[in-house]
Ligand binder design. Sequence first.
Ligand code: TXA
Ligand code: MG
Length: 324
Amino acid sequence: MKNKIGHDIHTAAKLLQHGEVVAIPTETVYGLAANALNQQAVEKIYQVKNRPSTNPLIMHLAEIDQISQYVSEIPTSAQKLIESFFPGPLTVVLPRKSTVPDWITAGRDTVAIRIPAHPVARALLQMLNFPLAAPSANPSGYISPTKAEHVLRTLGNKIHYILDGGPCETGIESTIVGFENNTPILLRQGKITAQELERVAGDTREYHGTELLSPGLSKSHYSPNTPVVLCENLEASIKGYADKRIGIITYNHYTNHIEHKDQIILCEDNHFETAAKHLYESLHQMDQRGYEILMVKKFPPIGIGKAINDRLQRAETRHPFISF
Ligand code: TXA
Ligand code: MG
């Protein structure tokens, strides 16, 4: 099965042209890509991921000047964000033209657009004469993949090819922004923070409503099979689960209450970008080790720390009975 992973962009392009799904690298996480304009190909994405059909997909393009083919109106704030952050870890949700098929948007009148910065993804998109629909390449609800091996382990028996572009640089999914008139609404936290959006596009709101503006953002998501407990204070939490086999993920230093071999430090350099890059890899690793509980120390809500906490909160919600 190992030979499903390869570096051959032409193999990937050929499979996509034939209506197959292919896992591709992006700078955020690996995506499960298919020809966005081919209904049967896109349906395969939903089957492979076991994704609810009500959850729309992001359309990935090669170039900024392609956006107007699919979007009916671009507010000036969106234009500024596009010019500043594309290609990069940002997705914009904009009113769609009828050129965007219903099977991408789950019937919505908006489409999510992203231009990835990863050189392999860009080269692939430039070779194709269609956009790629691509959600993260994980089984629905499980941790997103940041290495080709993660995709192989979780979806390897369902797809033909995984295009290897090395470990993802950002490590968590793109920031998603919608617009209310001209005001950017932050729908999903990511590497590009609310402050950065605001600096470029002016007044920006974080969406805290209960209505699911972005349907994939259910409270429970991104979860390993091992129950996750998100802790402010690791030592106190460890005491509460003294009879359990505990694995620990923390950002800065080992706790002396648990053997070091059962702990992963995410960023010895104390840069939260480094932590984000290693977060999903660490969750994948820890989930293989058979702990009864995975404790993760909450990040200070600074920079990308906010996005990390957002993902960890969703990981925790899957097993609410065990919350600390
Ligand atoms: O970094 C990323 O964005 C990765 C890489 C592969 O590009 N993709 C990704 O896709 O995270 P996915 O499907 O796992 O998450 C996309 C989110 C979902 O929560 C989905 O509901 C939301 O975007 N979304 C897609 N289209 C939307 C729309 N028209 N309006 C609101 N939310 C939308
Ligand atoms: Mg996803």
